[in-house]
Ligand binder design. Sequence first.
Ligand SMILES: [Zn+2]
Length: 209
Amino acid sequence: MTAPPVCPACLGPLDPPDVWSDRWRCGRHGDVEPFHEAQSSREALLRSLGRTSQVPVWLPSPMPVHWFASGVGWAGDDRSGAHATALSTSGPSPVGGPAEMVLVAEAPRIGLGARLAGLSGSDPARLDAAPEAKVEAAGHPTALWPVTTPPDRAAFVGEALGVWLWCVLWPADAALLLLEQLVIEDMRDDATLVDHLLFGAPGSHLSSL
Ligand SMILES: [Zn+2]
């Protein structure tokens, strides 16, 4: 079952390609990479992205204790492949209560990470001098800069393997997870990473504003 794709930046409906243009169009954002969230078969979609995506498909490895995969999304079309990928994970916040973390890899000007972070533009504004967090991405220490978000979440952005890496967490104090040396791997490098992944109840943020 697949829902019609929506705008990655605003979740608005899209006009499909037609005889005048081969691009999907948002009334607000113009030509966009259509965004899809897996409604079922999340594992199959993740495996397929690992084979075909143009950008990394980030997975925490190992997953934080008691965390699980809770959603898979991507932006792009079947012809040119994914130009943005998003994996949602859920589990206990370090300070108690449930938390959700979405990892996004995306080419510039798509707007998926910015929408999840609650920003109005499609890319981060100028990053302040000092990064605040660090993850290990595909074996490389990777600096992440905090971005100003609505108070219900925390978001960080950096660059890994030539594209944006976003990490958005709900609630905001779940950002403490990033102090625990988060290690993420690109599933394109190792398809067996999915074999160890547990899928649980769907998260609520991949397709929310
Ligand atoms: Zn839009």
